[in-house]
Design a protein around this ligand. Structure first.
Ligand SMILES: Cc1cc2nc3c(=O)[nH]c(=O)nc-3n(C[C@H](O)[C@H](O)[C@H](O)COP(=O)(O)OP(=O)(O)OC[C@H]3O[C@@H](n4cnc5c(N)ncnc54)[C@H](O)[C@@H]3O)c2cc1C
Ligand code: FES
Length: 262
C-alpha cells in the first residue's frame, strides 16, 4: 500500500455549521490511492504549535485529484484548519490505516453519529459503485441537532439510498439516537453494518449487531502521534485481553475484535 506526502492546496472551504467545516484539497497522489475508511495526517502548522500532525478521515475523493475532510473545530490544529484560506498549502501524509471491507452482494446499513459521519460518504460512494444499484441499502445519520446533520444530507441522498436521521434535540428526524433506529429495523441475514461515531454509540451498535449475529465494521478513534506504527500511542484493548494499534490495524475493525464497555 503506497503512502504519499503532498503539499496540498486548499481549493474550497465550506462552513457547514457553527464549528463544522469541510475542506477540499488538491492532493492527486493521495486521492488516487485512498480507500474508504482510510485517513490522512495533516501538519496544521509549519511551526511547533501544534507540533504533531492531526489525523482526519478522508471524507470524499472527487474527480481531478481532490480530496475532502470534514471536521469539527475542537482545539489548536482544527482551529488553524477552520481558518484556512483558499490557496493555502498544508502537508498531507497518507492514505493511512485499514479501511472498510465492502461487499457487492450484501445489503449495507451505514450508521454515523456526529463527526463520525466523515468517512461514511466515501464508503457509500464506493459501496454504490460496486453494487451499481444501492437502493436496498440504508444510511442512518445522527447528531446533536439539525445543524449538525442537515448540511450533509443531499450528498448522501444523491446515491439513491434511503437516509434516516436522528437528533438528540428532536430538531430533525427521530428524537433520540441512531442506535434506537438501528434497533427498530429488521437486520436481514447477511447484511453488514458499518459504523463510525462516538464511542458510546459504537459500543451500542456493536452490541445490537452481536445480538442479531450481524457483521459489523467500526471505525474508531484514538490519540495519534505518528499514524504509522512508530510511537505506540494509539493502542486500544482488543478482545484477547491484549492491545491493538488503531493506526496500523485500524481505524476500521470488525466490532467483535475489540473490547467494548457495554
Ligand atoms: C483515525 C482518525 C480519524 C479522525 N477523523 C476525524 C474527522 O474526520 N473529523 C474530525 O473532526 N475529527 C477527526 N478525528 C479527530 C481529530 O484528529 C481531532 O479532533 C484533532 O486531532 C484535534 O486536534 P486539535 O489540535 O484541534 O485539538 P487539540 O488541541 O489537540 O485538543 C483539543 C481537544 O480535542 C480533544 N481531542 C484531541 N484529539 C481527539 C481525538 N482524536 N478524538 C476526540 N477528541 C480529541 C482533546 O482531548 C481536547 O479536549 C480523527 C481522529 C482519528 C484518530
Ligand atoms: S499513532 Fe503512533 S503507533 Fe499508532
Amino acid at each position: 500500500m503506497s503512502q504519499y506526502q503532498e503539499n496540498a492546496t486548499v481549493t474550497r472551504i465550506e462552513q457547514l455549521s457553527e464549528k463544522n467545516y469541510r475542506l477540499t484539497f488538491e492532493s492527486p497522489m493521495i486521492a488516487a490511492a485512498t480507500k474508504p475508511g482510510q485517513f490522512v495526517m495533516i501538519r496544521t502548522s509549519i511551526g511547533k504549535d501544534p507540533l504533531l500532525r492531526r489525523p482526519f478521515s478522508v471524507h470524499q475523493v472527487l474527480n481531478n485529484g481532490l480530496i475532502q475532510i470534514y471536521f469539527k473545530e475542537v482545539g489548536r490544529g482544527t482551529g488553524i484548519l477552520g481558518h484556512a484560506k483558499v490557496g493555502e498549502k498544508f502537508s498531507l501524509f497518507g492514505p493511512l490505516g485499514r479501511g472498510f471491507r465492502l461487499s457487492k452482494d450484501k445489503p449495507a446499513i451505514i450508521v454515523g453519529g456526529g463527526l463520525g459521519i466523515a468517512p461514511l460518504l466515501l464508503l457509500l460512494k464506493e459501496n454504490c459503485r460496486l453494487k451499481k444499484n444501492c437502493d436496498q441499502d440504508l444510511v442512518i445519520l445522527g447528531g446533536r441537532n439539525r445543524e449538525e446533520v442537515e448540511p450533509l444530507l443531499t450528498d448522501f441522498k444523491k446515491y439513491g439510498v434511503t437516509v434516516r436521521t436522528s437528533t438528540d434535540d428532536g430538531s430533525l428526524g427521530h428524537h433520540g439516537y441512531v442506535t434506537e433506529i438501528l434497533k427498530s429495523i429488521p437486520l436481514v441475514d447477511g447484511c453488514t453494518v458499518y459504523a463510525c461515531g462516538p464511542e458510546a454509540m459504537m459500543s451500542r451498535v456493536a452490541g445490537i449487531c452481536a445480538e442479531a449475529q450481524i457483521a459489523c465494521q467500526v471505525s474508531v478513534e484514538s490519540v495519534m502521534a505518528c499514524g504509522m506504527g512508530a510511537c505506540l500511542g494509539c493502542s486500544r484493548p482488543d478482545n484477547t485481553g491484549s492491545y491493538t494499534h488503531v493506526c496500523l490495524n485500524g481505524p476500521v475493525f470488525d466490532a467483535e475484535k475489540l473490547q467494548w464497555n457495554m
